[in-house]
Design a binder for this molecule. Structure first.
Ligand SMILES: *[C@@H]1O[C@H](CO)[C@@H](O)[C@H](O)[C@H]1NC(C)=O
Ligand SMILES: *[C@@H]1O[C@H](CO)[C@@H](O)[C@H](O)[C@H]1NC(C)=O
Length: 146
């Protein structure tokens, strides 16, 4: 009897600390794992990353993680026109040491593509709009990346 009540007290305390963590987490930034289980790679269809981004909101202070292996893929931050046309000639920034974690530090529209092969033409491109409201639908920080 005593034993089981101390176990249930333990569970209650555990529940409280989980709740507290979740409450604290609700005010902190969101880590968005781009593509979910697909990661950052050539998708099955050209709208995959638009579909991934649509239900989410991206806020200042959030992070985007692009999961890919160095050598098998890359990541270019580009301008809107380049995103639309898969023009790799004038990127804003090139990342190739995946996984790449980007901090969203300012409101605005951001465009990312892969310049591997014809990945961009096949839908490996992402547009996110970063707003002032808190981000949602990602994993709450802090998170441990192994
Ligand atoms: C694209 O593929 C994803 C995942 O495979 C799926 O959830 C989505 O519905 C597909 N979209 C279209 C337009 O086929
Ligand atoms: C991004 O933000 C994290 C957490 O605030 C910080 O540790 C990291 O240094 C930042 N990365 C860059 C590239 O600024």
């Amino acid at each position: 009897m005593e034993r089981s009540s101390s176990v249930s007290l333990g569970l209650v305390l555990l529940g409280c600390s989980v709740m507290a963590t979740m409450l604290m987490g609700s005010t902190s930034a969101v880590l968005h794992v781009v593509g979910g289980r697909q990661g950052w790679d050539v998708p099955d269809n050209v709208t995959f990353y638009q579909d991934w981004a649509r239900p989410r909101t991206f806020g200042v202070g959030d992070q985007l993680i692009f999961p890919y292996r160095p050598g098998s893929n890359n990541l270019l931050a580009v301008k809107k026109k380049a995103y639309e046309t898969c023009d790799m000639s004038d990127p804003i920034k090139i990342y190739y040491m995946g996984p790449t974690i980007l901090n969203l530090t300012a409101v605005g529209d951001y465009y990312y593509v892969s310049s591997s092969g014809r990945h961009c033409e096949h839908g490996q491109r992402l547009h996110v709009t970063v707003g002032n409201a808190p981000g949602s639908s990602g994993v709450k920080l802090p998170i441990k990346l192994n």
